[in-house]
Write a protein that binds this ligand. Structure first.
Ligand code: GLU
Length: 373
């Protein structure tokens, strides 16, 4: 089954963590980079298209700037990333060129991808690069990001890129062998799980919040990324990038790492983008009846089902849709601002124009813009 699933994936996003491509304190690990380039060339000979999401800019820049410890302040990290990103790309260029491959740098922020036009522009640029035979190498544009527009970590970025490029497989290369049923560093009985059919709460709990000291993510962010990929109908393979030929062996069907299966009911690209790439700006609280209707029948949200609005947002923003208990169960793009919704909530759609003096439509959130989570 494994081999079947993996070999069917034409387009693959490979996420490479800082821990994998750097050595303890000397920046980039040349042996890893060479091994990676040979494997990428091999995958392409087998007909796969490869998109890389790479970390390592901060780790590569840190020693150059003489920052001995892991930089702590945000400007220090951004400075290290600015110095490290060019070195990182030069390393990719060098090792790829030796295999006859061309590396293309793409730097993104969440704000870029949250803008539908820029999202589509990035998609067509990447499409064109792949047609030209280049290997897109993507990282977060660390120099300009602050929390508001950050992906948070490259695990999350890799999941969003999977949608961006409409890949069929996400591979997360890290420095442990895969997903364990408990933290292997504190629990000697922890077992490697080779197949995760569904990312349940138990799986998420086992992933805990274990982190490495070099990258920003831990097991929890990797499992969260796998879950987002699964929602897009894409399986995720998590494996140890430090092991020789791991990509080739895994793609040949060898039982290495952990394979997380995709969900059968997957979201379209645009709905996935609404659910995970956009950042919700506020909340619309709806009544029990609306929860039922929206969750079951894929209908639009009308003003009559809304009881309260929280936060400030404009027409066109993404908001959380919450039940009477405050728990979010859906997300969507609103057709009315928080001020307008405060005036029309609880009313019939036919009354919108009388109340506001204008109307954009009957729905607060049209079903095409609504995702039940
Ligand atoms: N963008 C960061 C870097 O290149 C890495 C973020 C992460 O590893 O999650 O250093």
């Amino acid at each position: 089954m494994r081999k079947d699933i993996l070999s069917k994936a034409k387009r693959i996003v490979i996420k490479i963590g800082s821990r994998v491509l750097t050595t303890e304190d000397n920046g980039l690990d040349p042996a890893f980079m060479v091994g990676l380039s040979i494997q990428v060339a091999e995958l392409r000979r087998h007909g796969h298209e490869v998109i890389i999401v790479t970390s390592g800019a901060i780790a590569a820049g840190r020693p150059v700037l003489g920052l001995s410890e892991r930089p702590r302040t945000i400007p220090q990290k951004q400075a290290a990333a600015a110095v490290g990103q060019t070195r990182l790309m030069r390393a990719y260029e060098d090792v790829f060129a030796a295999q006859g491959l061309i590396a293309a740098q793409i730097l993104l922020t969440r704000a870029d991808l949250a803008d539908r036009m820029r999202f589509l522009n990035a998609r067509s640029t990447i499409e064109t690069l792949l047609e030209c035979g280049a290997v897109p190498v993507i990282n977060e544009n660390d120099t300009v990001v602050v929390d508001e527009i950050k992906f948070g970590d490259n695990d999350n970025l890799s999941a969003l890129v999977t949608n961006l490029v409409e890949a069929q497989l996400l591979v997360i290369l890290t420095d442990i062998d895969g997903f364990y049923d408990a933290d292997p560093r504190s629990n000697p009985d922890a077992r490697l799980v080779s197949l995760v059919r569904t990312i349940t709460r138990d799986v998420e709990r086992a992933a805990g919040s274990t982190g490495s000291t070099v990258g920003t993510g831990g097991m929890a962010t990797k499992v969260a990324a796998a879950k987002k990929a699964a929602k897009f109908g894409v399986p995720t393979l998590m494996a140890n990038g430090k092991v020789a030929d791991i990509l080739i062996r895994a793609m040949a069907g060898e039982e290495v790492g952990t394979l997380f299966l995709a969900e059968s009911k997957s979201l379209t690209s645009r709905k996935h983008w609404i659910a995970y790439t956009l950042r919700p700006q506020g909340k619309v609280i709806v009544d029990e009846g609306a929860v039922k209707v929206l969750a079951k029948s894929g209908r639009s949200l009308l003003p009559s089902g809304v009881v309260r609005v929280e936060g400030e947002f404009d027409r066109g923003d993404c908001v959380r849709v919450c039940g009477p208990d405050g728990a979010e169960f859906a997300r969507g793009i609103v057709a009315y601002s928080h001020k307008e919704i405060a005036l029309i909530l609880g009313h019939r759609s036919s009354e919108i124009e009388d109340i506001l003096g204008y109307r954009y439509g009957d729905e607060l959130i049209h079903r095409d813009n609504l995702v039940v989570l």
